[in-house]
Design a protein around this ligand. Structure first.
Ligand SMILES: N[C@@H](CCC(=O)N[C@@H](CS)C(=O)NCC(=O)O)C(=O)O
Length: 211
């Protein structure tokens, strides 16, 4: 059986947990054992985990042949390929390309910055505050949030339209981490707030989210 090493509430593991829960809600049966690595105790940097992932990071997927996939999005795309029936990606190349582009923009322009911001102002891992980083990210955030707000302006229920996409998992994992750190980054963006409320009602979200 494959093994997924993760920790609740951390954004990158949560992205994969949400993806798995969405697929399961759609009927997929994936043979994956969940194993918790306690980051509050520093277990991600113990030799046992470094042997799985030299970067001491989560999530990490151990395949049945003993090899490891250590990037969250690579794990998701691997599972899309392994269990193609009912996968979240469209088969049409244009729709697929646009959805992948959206996921990259959500992560690289918004989610990563939001996580860095949470660590800079109120790190759940106890990292020192960093006002310079916080100010830089505050200046950059309106552009990323404007991107999300524009996507949602037509009233679509989910980022890709009517059906859930990987970008939804990415966005919610970041917003949960902000709630964990008591950071409200979206109050001035009604479309994103409405999406957030809607997404958190989904069975997958209810099963996975802790905050
Ligand atoms: N690019 C990697 C990032 C992985 C990552 O940074 N994970 C965080 C949790 S969200 C982690 O393991 N942090 C613990 C640490 O770096 O010590 C991915 O997408 O999987």
């Amino acid at each position: 059986m494959m093994k997924l090493y993760g920790v609740p509430a951390a954004p990158n593991p949560t992205k994969v947990f949400l993806y798995l829960a969405e697929r399961e809600a759609l009927g997929a049966q994936m043979d994956i054992e969940h194993i918790r690595v306690n980051t509050l105790k520093g277990e991600q940097n113990q030799p046992e985990h470094l042997a799985r992932n030299r970067f001491g990071a989560l999530p990490t997927l151990e395949l049945v042949d003993g090899s490891f996939i250590i990037e969250s999005l690579a794990i998701i795309y691997f599972l899309e390929d392994l269990y193609p029936e009912g996968c979240l990606q469209a088969s049409d190349p244009v729709a697929r390309g646009l959805a992948r582009d959206m996921e990259r923009n959500v992560e690289l322009r918004f989610a990563n910055n939001l996580s860095r911001y949470v660590h800079a102002v109120n790190s759940p891992l106890g990292l020192p505050k960093d006002p310079k980083v916080a100010a830089e990210i505050e200046a950059a955030m309106p552009r990323a949030l404007g991107y999300l707000e524009d996507i949602l302006r037509d009233g679509r229920p989910l980022l890709g339209g009517d059906t859930v996409s990987i970008a939804d998992c990415t966005l919610q994992s970041a917003l949960q981490f902000a709630r964990f750190g008591k950071v409200d980054a979206i109050a001035d963006y009604p479309g994103v707030c409405a999406w957030d409320e809607r997404y958190r009602q989904r069975p997958a979200a209810q099963a996975v989210l802790k905050f």
